[in-house]
Design a protein around this ligand. Structure first.
Ligand SMILES: Cc1cc2nc3c(=O)[nH]c(=O)nc-3n(C[C@H](O)[C@H](O)[C@H](O)COP(=O)(O)OP(=O)(O)OC[C@H]3O[C@@H](n4cnc5c(N)ncnc54)[C@H](O)[C@@H]3O)c2cc1C
Length: 444
């Protein structure tokens, strides 16, 4: 059975062509840096992780470097289009739409090791794999993504998702699907209390917890029993989002929709059987709340084996938690033969596929410069974007970078980044996935 009921399904061919023509000129799809000269090298390059960042780098480097030995370490057979998971959990997409085989993307000249990495010896330039074998490198790219630390919420584990009214879009595709079912069950129950949480750490796609609240609200309104459902949103910070104008917009929208905001609180424990959640406040006190449905977003960090290595940040805001790279050049701050891309890096914003798209050409250029004994000259400006779903059928294409939120010209002239629009929804529902796959293939 197909569950798709997207309003974008009403798009006629003429409208899609018009939108596509606009997109052709947009920077999001631009094919920057692809004319660059091929470099002859015998360097041994190891890429840890074959997700968005690792796969994009494997393709870019296999096109750019002639004679290099490139090994990618990726335990999964299948590539997951994670930005589609919010649409799966909202009942808009079929789960299968988010999965492809890694072999669809992996370049022929790259060796693929399926045994996961368990250690990095940065002094010896050596990676250890789970079967105790080792890989020596001249250049290392850390693209492992991040680790979901459900265990830091007492009583919580990803296996609980789908039972006891617990949802969590982040855990996996299966969990996103079970989250959809848990929301279905809550709505079918006719009413009750829903809790939506965010953790006290950086997270990937900071908009996803908000999207889950808005799409659930949409579905509740669709059954015309809004008054029977209470919705509460919990965030450890004073704002709702890193960018002040988005934060203000969201506060107003939540208040208007009757979603109660709780600031300075995070989920610290859960009792699934009793359907109770404990929240810790800034002063260390706790409050226990009943729920019929809860959307759990776990604390996140670099994977444990990266944390245990010398590559982890030793001081500053990312100490002990995230990879220590220069946020502009993406080169390691202490080991110049190491580069980072994607969710694993310590950066103030930036854990999105859109950031990976902006980072990949920078890593490529600075890695090539390093091979040629040149200083890194390419700079990442922190570009990130989030198609912030505000309703099923409506979104805002929010774009910003390290310096401020409006330093960028919007990628799409016909989408006002401060307005909700159907066009931004169409972008999310139809057009970003092909762009993402083109990024994996190193084509944009
Ligand atoms: C629910 C959700 C919604 C999102 N929505 C959006 C969105 O709308 N827009 C957007 O731009 N981004 C979105 N994102 C974020 C986006 O998916 C990530 O930012 C992006 O995938 C990061 O790429 P990455 O390569 O760093 O990590 P990943 O793509 O997660 O890849 C990491 C890879 O490393 C591998 N790995 C892990 N440990 C090891 C190990 N020990 N050894 C070897 N390999 C290992 C993993 O198997 C994985 O394949 C969303 C994410 C989620 C979860």
């Amino acid at each position: 059975m197909t569950r798709q009921h997207s309003p974008a399904g009403q798009l006629d061919r003429r409208q899609l062509l018009k939108l596509g023509a606009g997109l052709g000129a947009a920077s999001f799809f631009s094919a920057a840096n692809l004319q660059a000269k091929t470099i002859a090298t015998r360097a041994r390059i190891v890429i840890l992780g074959g997700g968005a960042g690792g796969m994009a780098m494997a393709n870019r480097l296999s096109q750019r470097l002639d004679g290099a030995s490139i090994t990618i370490v990726e335990p999964r057979e299948r590539h997951h289009y994670q930005p589609g998971w919010t649409l799966v959990a909202s009942g808009v997409w079929n789960p299968e739409r988010t999965v492809r085989a890694n072999t669809d993307f992996l370049p022929r000249r790259v060796d693929w090791t399926r045994t996961p990495a368990v250690g990095i010896d940065a002094e010896q330039h050596r990676v250890t794999l789970a079967d105790a074998s080792t890989l020596d490198y001249d250049i290392l790219i850390v693209a492992t993504g991040l680790q979901l630390n459900y265990h830091l919420i007492d009583g919580m584990s990803p296996e609980l998702v789908g039972d006891h009214g617990i949802g969590s879009v982040y855990a996996s595709l299966e969990a996103a699907t079970r989250t959809r079912d848990a929301i279905d069950a809550w709505i079918a129950g006719g009413g009750g209390q829903g809790l939506f949480t965010t953790p006290p750490t950086a997270i990937k796609c900071a908009g996803a917890p908000i999207k889950m609240a808005f799409t659930t609200l949409s579905r509740i309104k669709a059954v015309e029993r809004r008054d029977a459902f209470a919705m509460d949103y919990f965030t450890p910070s004073d704002g709702m989002f890193s960018q002040p104008w988005i934060s203000d917009f969201l506060k107003q929208r939540f208040d208007r929709e009757g979603i109660t905001r709780h600031h300075g609180q995070h989920l610290s424990a859960i009792d699934p059987g009793a359907r109770q959640a404990e929240f810790t406040l800034r002063d260390g006190s706790t409050e226990v709340r009943d729920f019929d449905f809860i959307h759990v977003v776990p604390p996140m960090s670099a994977p444990d084996f990266v944390k245990a290595s010398d590559l982890i940040a030793k001081q500053g805001p990312f100490a002990g938690e995230w990879l220590d790279v220069d946020i502009h050049t993406l080169q390691h701050n202490r080991y110049p033969e190491v580069f980072g891309i994607g969710d694993v890096i310590g950066a103030p914003i930036n854990k999105t596929g859109a950031s990976v798209k902006a980072q990949a050409p920078v890593v490529e250029a600075n890695l090539v410069a390093h091979l040629q004994d040149q200083p890194p000259s390419a700079r990442h400006d922190g570009y990130t974007s989030c198609p912030l779903i505000t309703d099923i059928g409506k979104a805002m294409l929010v774009e910003f970078g390290y310096d401020n939120d409006l330093a960028f010209l919007p990628s799409f002239s016909f989408i006002d980044p401060k307005e909700e629009s159907w066009a931004a929804w169409v972008l999310k529902d139809y057009l970003l996935q092909p762009a993402y796959y083109a990024m994996l293939e190193g084509r944009i």
